[in-house]
Design a protein around this ligand. Structure first.
Ligand code: ATP
Length: 359
């Protein structure tokens, strides 16, 4: 059964001179116990959408259901109860800076009506869960980014929620710290059975922990499904752009003009099976030469996808048939344009991470 259901949810902001339709008619379900991700470039509407789940943002249209119950218009004690059942962590941690780590967690327990005589034990339990037992009396300013995020996770779990919402929870952290936080979230999901909704623009985060994913663009969910299926065979141009930007096409641009005549092809295959037998069979059968320009294996969750870029050349009028045979035997096939390849590579090199923000 789905623990979260958004039915035709819209959020429109009215500013003085303009109207922003941040979320437009989004419907999706999140199953109990899964890690559901929302990806998209900056401004796509991810934060606004996820904030409707605990009504930090009230939908201007549509319905929010939690455990099958319509909560769209709850207020007062019912709203407080809902917020207790849904923890929230932010990119910027949002810790209270002038009190200790222990007190930060106590505030959450107090707000949630947790029995006072059990606060001390619960704080110890939560800090043990996130691996910070020895930081109970420290102030947030003395902690690293990763430690601050661990405290905010402990605080979000204080009142034993069923759902944890994570808004760009790792975007401010370096690679190694991110790995640690993702491991902790996986543990929380598997061991405590907490459903997680995680939004990010980082595909390397998404591919590691999401069971299912929704891709957002311009307030709309443009594609959703199993993480491996969505990322290994993206259908919508936005998903394609996210995946291409992440994977890159690693043919050095300086090499492109010097390559002999022929067709540059990107081949994708599922699993870790090697493509060498196919390549040598095609080369032999049609008398063409097939040179590997780039090879990579990417993991989406536990499943692998192989990407091979080859130059197919020569043959005596048989090139077309050789390409047909390759196409028929792989999972993904794309002929690459030399000029576009060189240009795309140059752009990627210049724009890098900041391009994500602007797109
Ligand atoms: N309170 C608000 N008032 C007016 N406009 C808003 C408000 N909150 C968000 N928006 C606008 O709604 C759109 C979606 O913003 P949102 O923050 O949900 O996107 P996002 O995908 O989470 O992007 P980012 O990763 O940059 O946070 C943007 O155009 C944003 O400017």
């Amino acid at each position: 059964m789905s623990v979260i259901e958004l039915r035709d949810v819209s959020v429109t902001f009215h500013e003085r001179k303009r109207t922003v339709e941040a979320v437009k008619h989004v419907s999706l379900t999140v199953d109990k116990g899964e890690i559901f991700g929302i990806v998209g470039f900056s401004g796509a509407g991810k934060s606004t959408l996820v904030r409707t789940i605990n009504l930090l943002e009230r939908p201007t249209g549509g319905t929010v259901l939690i455990d099958g119950k319509d909560v769209t218009n709850v207020s007062g004690a019912e709203l407080r109860d809902l917020r207790k059942r849904i923890g929230f962590i932010f990119q910027g941690f949002n810790l209270i800076t002038n009190v200790t780590v222990g007190k930060n967690i106590e505030f959450a327990l107090k707000a949630g009506g947790y029995p006072k005589e059990q606060w001390a034990e619960r704080v110890r339990e939560l800090l043990a869960l996130v691996g910070l037992e020895n930081k109970i009396d420290s102030y947030p300013s003395s902690l690293s980014g990763g430690q601050k995020q661990r405290v905010s996770i402990a605080r979000a779990l204080a009142n034993k929620p069923e759902i944890l919402l994570c808004d760009e929870a790792t975007s401010a952290l370096d690679l190694e710290t991110t790995e640690g936080i993702l491991e902790l979230l996986r543990h929380i999901n598997k061991e405590l059975g907490i459903t997680i909704v995680f939004i990010t623009h980082q595909l390397d985060v998404a591919k590691q922990i999401f069971d299912r994913v929704a891709v957002m663009e311009n307030g709309i969910v443009v594609e959703q499904g199993d993480t491996f299926d969505v990322f290994s065979a993206p259908k919508h141009p936005t998903t394609k752009a996210l995946v291409e930007r992440y994977l890159g096409i690693a043919v050095p641009p300086q090499l492109v003009p010097s390559l002999p005549e022929g067709t540059i092809v990107e081949l994708r295959y599922k699993g870790e099976s090697a493509l060498e037998p196919l390549i040598s069979a095609v080369a032999q059968r049609y008398g063409v030469s097939i040179d590997v320009l780039h090879a990579n294996v990417e993991y989406f969750g536990a499943q692998a996808i192989g990407i091979l870029i080859v130059l197919v050349s020569g043959g005596d009028g048989t090139l077309g048939r050789a390409l047909e045979e390759l196409k028929a035997n792989v999972f993904g096939y794309r002929e690459l344009d030399r000029a576009a390849l060189a240009a795309a590579r140059e752009n990627a090199g210049v724009a890098g991470e900041s391009a994500d923000k602007e797109a």
